[in-house]
Write a protein that binds this ligand. Structure first.
Ligand SMILES: CSC[C@@H](O)[C@@H](O)C(=O)COP(=O)(O)O
Length: 350
């Protein structure tokens, strides 16, 4: 991982998924190897790997591992895939890429003529997903960069870089491409409480990429906009419903409201695999609620009384009417989103 241009935090070694342990950044660059379904599920659950596309690819790797293990142990591969799909599908509910990738892997595995072929096809699927993600990230990053003005001051939330996609990055890919084109004056990074993906991961990536940036508390975003210091907001997504409502890291909705209030474009960058035409609207998106201790404790230090009542949703929903455009690898979608989303999903399915 010495060359930032080559930052690929997920590596598939046919039977073992190697991932850069994001719970250890920014202090330590430690790699973790997951060679069982349970190890992959744990890595997703405890967020060693995170971000919608990356957990989808990791889950597909978990399915490939399940098939290989069943073949080696003389067990039925179909049953192993069904069991792995359940285990992996229960890890995190909001990001649709996870469920999309599991289903895709299940269909590939069950469609194979025999167990050995299923293992081979699933190995190849993981490689394909990694390549496709890289291509999708690159394509949407070019499209997104074209929307930004020269000298752009961009605000982003959470982490949407190579770490979050396993490839080049979505919202951060847009920023990275715009920076390569000399267009970025400043990136404002919301720290993204409570897990601090902005402070811990996005700042780490921007530092490696040499992109000028400033870290801000989440609560400072609106004030920064009021000072006229933000030209555009670019964020990622964990699931985009059929009507264009966007589930993303908690705090995104507040950023979108502030952007609308100050007349600042609010862009969502996401691959087509994040579009979910089967979920009609944001109210139907399952929102993950995580441990209260993520809010009560920071870096092992209690910041409140031990049993303080806590509500800790990992994501919120930004209504479609606050979204200026959705940047996908199949084009920049504009409101009304229903038809545009249907067309983009159909184009990829062809
Ligand atoms: C390209 S990643 C887009 C989103 O997945 C990202 O903004 C986000 O909300 C990630 O949440 P996380 O809980 O860290 O997995």
């Amino acid at each position: 991982m010495s060359d930032p241009a080559d930052m690929r935090p997920l590596v598939w070694e046919r039977g073992v998924l190697r991932l850069l342990d994001q719970t250890r950044l920014p202090e330590v660059e430690r790699w973790v190897s997951a060679g069982s379904v349970e190890a992959v599920a744990d890595a997703i659950r405890i967020m060693q790997v995170r971000g919608a596309p990356a957990i989808g690819i990791a889950a597909a790797a978990g399915m490939a591992i399940a098939a290989r293990t069943a073949l080696e142990q003389g067990q039925p591969v179909d049953a192993a895939l069904d069991q792995a799909a359940r285990t992996l599908g229960q890890t995190r509910p909001t990001a649709v890429n996870l469920h999309w990738a599991i289903e895709r892997a299940r269909r590939v595995g069950l469609g194979a003529p025999d167990a050995a072929t299923a293992v081979d096809w699933l190995d190849r699927l993981v490689e394909r997903l990694l390549d496709q993600q890289w291509a999708a990230d690159r394509a949407l990053s070019e499209l997104g960069s074209a929307l930004l003005p020269f000298g752009a001051r961009v605000l982003t939330h959470c982490n949407t870089g190579a770490l979050a996609t396993g490839a080049y990055g979505t919202a951060l890919g847009v920023i990275r491409t715009a920076h390569e084109q000399g267009k970025v004056a400043m990136v404002y990074v919301d720290e993204s409480r409570p897990r601090l993906q902005g402070a811990r991961l996005t700042v780490w990536e921007l530092t490696r990429l040499g992109v000028p940036h400033t870290l801000i508390p989440d609560a400072a975003a609106a004030a920064l906009m009021a000072r006229g210091e933000v030209d555009a907001v670019v964020v990622g997504a964990d699931r985009i419903a059929a009507n264009g409502d966007v589930a993303n890291k908690i705090g995104t909705y507040a950023v979108a409201l502030a952007a609308r209030s100050h007349g600042i474009p609010f862009y969502v960058a996401a691959p087509v695999s994040t579009l979910d035409p089967d979920t009609p609207d944001g109210a139907s998106i399952p929102i993950e609620e995580r441990s209260p201790d993520e809010v009560r404790v920071v870096d092992g230090i209690a910041i409140t009384v031990p049993d303080a009542p806590v509500w800790n949703p990992a994501f919120d929903v930004t209504p479609a009417e606050l979204v200026t455009a959705i940047i996908t690898e199949h084009g920049v979608l504009e409101p009304p989103y229903d038809e545009a989303i249907r067309r983009a999903v159909a184009a990829v399915a062809e």
